[in-house]
Design a protein around this ligand. Structure first.
Ligand code: 5SP
Ligand code: CO
Length: 223
């Protein structure tokens, strides 16, 4: 089963608790929290305080996506606030191995994210230090964009390499393109607009949970 992680960037910020309750009730697996610094990406979103309050109101894993330069300045703060999974971008100029190790030493999932135009080789040096790879299927910064289908090839390459962590995609995922991602190795789908702007989130997640995750070994067995 594919895990579904609603991205609260598309939720109503004045009614976040209500939106979280709706996502819980609809059966989602994780909550995806975008953090933006108006520098690494041209937008601002959420903060350590948001993660802390979310941790107080839900038991769901909090999947925190750091779209920021110098995440080392706030890494401890996000861990203290209760992030379950902390993902940093491979494109930043920082001590990435040091951060991934720190996240794991605190018993959380360590993730590395890749923008759509970045080569997969960029994550190679860090892959053994991660529990999750986040493939951006849109240019990070905004919700509601169209999925870049070129990224499917990178998802397939990672899956075929035998990577055992979670393979997550983020941006532009809808009911009409998720099956293609799943068939190529996706294990976690981040979905903002398609869930929070949906008139029946529960029915949608029910349908999405019926899509099987196709792991590399399953694909090889079929061939
Ligand atoms: O990280 C990001 C955007 O930078 C995402 O998590 C978006 O929030 C996904 O939104 P949709 O494309 O599903 O509307
Ligand atoms: Co995100």
């Amino acid at each position: 089963m594919i895990k579904i992680a609603p991205s609260i960037l598309a939720a109503d910020p004045l009614n976040l608790e209500k939106e979280i309750r709706a996502a819980e009730k609809a059966g989602c697996d994780w909550i995806h929290v975008d953090i933006m610094d108006a520098h690494f990406v041209p937008n601002l979103a959420y903060s350590v305080d948001t993660v802390r309050r979310l941790r107080e109101v839900t038991d769901l894993p909090l999947d925190v996506h750091l779209m920021m330069d110098h995440p080392e300045t706030l890494l401890d703060a996000f861990l203290d606030a209760g992030a379950s999974c902390l993902t940093i971008h491979a494109e930043i100029d920082a001590d990435i191995p040091g951060m991934l190790t720190k996240i794991r030493n605190r018993g959380r999932m360590a993730g590395i994210a890749l923008k759509p135009n970045s080569e997969i080789e960029l994550i190679q040096p860090y892959i053994d230090m991660t529990d999750l790879v986040l493939m951006m299927t849109v240019e990070p910064g905004f919700g509601g964009q169209k999925l870049d289908a070129r990224v499917i090839g990178k998802i397939r390459l990672l899956s075929d390499s035998g990577y055992t962590g979670e393979i997550e995609a983020d941006g532009g995922i809808r009911e009409d393109n998720i099956e293609m991602l799943a068939a190529n190795g996706l294990t976690v789908a981040v979905m903002g607009t398609a869930l929070f702007r949906n008139s029946d989130m529960a029915a949608c997640i029910g349908r999405l949970h019926r899509i099987p995750a196709v792991k590399q070994q399953d694909r090889t067995a079929d061939e």
